[in-house]
Design a protein around this ligand. Structure first.
Ligand code: 6PG
Length: 268
């Protein structure tokens, strides 16, 4: 069993509006992709679903940011996806295919959406899609961390109202299965109530730059718990991103219950 590496505090950036949050997040992603492209010749980014990424994609798809990213070196992955056809709004890949990918030259072979449409079309179960995704990640030959998980350059996450990230819900069994991508049974406490495929939570530990983006007063209480005294990422998976080296970009409404001593904290 790997020891939980939830120590230290992330950088917390608090901005006045949802728009400023999205543009700051887009700026950080662009910077990280450019740095990874320069350093290693490839930039591996896992993105997210929910309402968070759309405005970020819009910023990245236009100048000035568009011109700062070496798109031909970018590999786009997903932290999780829902068991829904790829042209439905429930699909986590739809927003990227509509708002980002038509405007930036990421080679098609480097867009690694979870093969859920293919699985549905051929009557394969979620476990099949998860296994294919794990194989795709292995085939990318990324470096691995000391626990054996692949090191992505940047991972964008939203935080669910129950404190989940990826499709790792409170009390999730994914921690005890070493597979890099796993099928998750449809949650009953959160919408949409469909099966999911998710990356392993430890992949967030291995990530060079996790970026959590949250806005709105409805997330204030859960962020208050994530940044509370008790550290228990299995019970509150959002705490996976509460660590040195991660950045949280929040609007004031979402950040209102974070203890004052952590606001504006720098990594350390
Ligand atoms: C999912 C999403 C999920 C999302 C959060 C935050 O498939 O359920 O990936 O983890 O990121 O629920 O959602 P919002 O961005 O809408 O707040």
């Amino acid at each position: 069993m790997v020891v939980d590496r939830v120590t230290g505090e992330p950088e917390i950036v608090i901005l006045p509006t949802a728009e400023s949050v999205s543009s700051a997040a887009a700026g950080r992603i662009a910077e990280a992709l450019a740095a990874a492209g320069d350093a290693r010749g490839a930039a591996h980014w896992a993105t997210t679903g929910g309402s968070t990424p759309g405005p970020i994609y819009r910023e990245l798809a236009r100048n000035p940011l568009r011109g700062t990213v070496p798109w031909e070196r970018v590999h786009l992955w997903w932290g999780d996806d829902r068991w829904a056809p790829p042209d439905e709004s429930r699909s986590n890949s739809l927003a990227a295919r509509e708002l980002l990918l038509p405007h930036v030259p990421v080679p098609a072979a480097q867009v690694h959406a979870m093969p859920i449409g293919e699985a549905m079309a051929t009557s394969q179960p979620p476990g099949w899609a998860a296994a294919r995704y794990g194989e795709a990640l292995r085939a990318a030959a990324l470096p691995v961390d000391s626990a054996g998980f692949p090191i992505l350059d940047v991972v964008l996450v939203g935080i669910g109202p129950d404190g989940h990230l990826f499709s790792v819900f409170p009390g999730s069994p994914t921690w005890d299965d070493p597979a890099w991508a796993q099928a998750v049974l449809a949650p009953t406490h959160i919408e949409p109530q469909v099966d999911r495929v998710t990356l392993h939570p430890r992949i967030l530990d291995a990530t060079r730059l996790p970026i959590a983006v949250v806005h709105g007063a409805s997330k204030a209480a859960i962020l208050g718990r994530i940044f509370g005294e008790r550290r228990d990422p299995r019970g509150l998976p959002g705490q996976l991103a509460r660590r040195t080296g991660a950045v949280w970009i929040l609007d004031e409404a979402a950040a209102s219950e974070i203890p004052p001593e952590l606001r504006g904290a720098r990594a350390g």
